[in-house]
Design a protein around this ligand. Structure first.
Ligand code: MLT
Length: 308
């Protein structure tokens, strides 16, 4: 009888599906690390994780029953995929489940940054009624640059369109014709959009190509007063360069949900004026967590029962 280990907290709907899955047993064992993690994982046929647990080569290599891991979410950067392949472990993800929630969070951060929501609330609860300190920027009529026009990038585009923003996009896999149908002006490289955008948002994985995509050199050519949002992966923006850009008044704002090293409790940007940050909350909605949990369980149980 195939067995499953759930390594990170999973929405109840996913656990209910596991309960109902005939011929499958499961255990929830969260917070495991090191030898405990390796030993536990090796005793199960399948594993479900989110981003909390790190499935490194040490965990995946060696004598083990493990055949498949499903990431309840998009990014599989917490799983060593080379080691998994060598060990014959299939790695799957649930790419669609948190699209809308993540796109909504990018829009929420853009608006919060533009209207100083966090510092204005802080000032108010500290007893000040200060309307002058928080002069904001309207987003309607402004240009939003979107790097990466996959599921999340396009969901952001649709919402930004409704906010009456002009859109410029970059994605090597999108045709100019398709982009035009969606009301997005497609450019051939990121550098082409930088001098033109008031807001920039990235929706790509972190790869060697996207690491430090925006650093000092890119900030130099951006429109003065631009604002940047990252709800994708930490490291796509060079945080030190963003801090310098803010200090020098080259950029007006930064909104981050993701960091090069997570959990992150210290960043050069924390506390700077114009900055709003959240602790990787893009997919943290009831709806997204339910959907990714259900999709993850469906994928894993189908794989373990049929091998497909
Ligand atoms: C994902 O990759 O699914 C999102 O970044 C959300 C998460 O890591 O929890």
């Amino acid at each position: 009888m195939p067995s499953v280990i759930v390594l990170d907290p999973l929405a109840q709907e996913g656990l209910d599906l596991l309960d109902a899955a005939e011929g499958i047993t499961y255990e929830v064992r969260t917070g495991l690390k090191g030898d405990d993690l390796r030993e536990a994982v090796s005793q199960f046929d399948g594993a479900i994780c989110r981003s909390g647990v790190k499935l490194t080569s040490d965990v995946l290599t060696g004598k083990s029953k493990l055949k498949a891991v499903v990431r309840a979410g998009v990014g599989t950067d917490n799983i060593d995929k080379d080691a998994a392949t060598k060990a014959g472990v299939v790695v799957m993800n649930t790419p669609a489940g948190n699209t809308i929630s993540t796109a909504e969070h990018a829009i929420a951060l853009m608006l919060a940054m533009s209207r100083s929501i966090a510092p204005a609330y802080q000032s108010l609860i500290e007893g000040r009624w200060d309307r002058k300190a928080f002069m904001g920027a309207q987003v309607a009529g402004k240009t939003l640059g979107i790097v990466g026009l996959g599921r999340i990038g396009l969901a952001v585009a649709a919402r930004a369109k409704a906010l009456e923003m002009d859109l410029i996009g970059y994605d090597p896999f999108m045709s100019a014709e398709r982009a035009k149908q969606l009301g997005i002006e497609l450019v051939e490289n990121v550098a082409d959009m930088l001098p033109r955008v008031d807001y920039l948002t990235v929706h790509t994985p972190l790869t060697e190509e996207t690491r430090n995509l925006i650093s000092t050199e890119q900030i130099e050519v951006m429109k003065p007063g631009a604002r940047l949002i990252n709800c994708a992966r930490g490291g796509i923006y060079d945080e030190a360069a963003l801090a310098e850009g803010l200090k020098a008044g080259k950029i007006a704002g930064v909104a981050l949900d993701v960091y090069p090293d997570e959990p992150c409790t210290d960043s050069p940007l924390f506390g700077m004026p114009g900055v709003v940050c959240t602790p990787h909350l893009g997919a943290s909605t009831e709806e997204a967590q339910t959907q990714v949990a259900v999709e993850a369980v469906e994928l894993l149980t189908a794989y373990l029962s049929t091998g497909a």
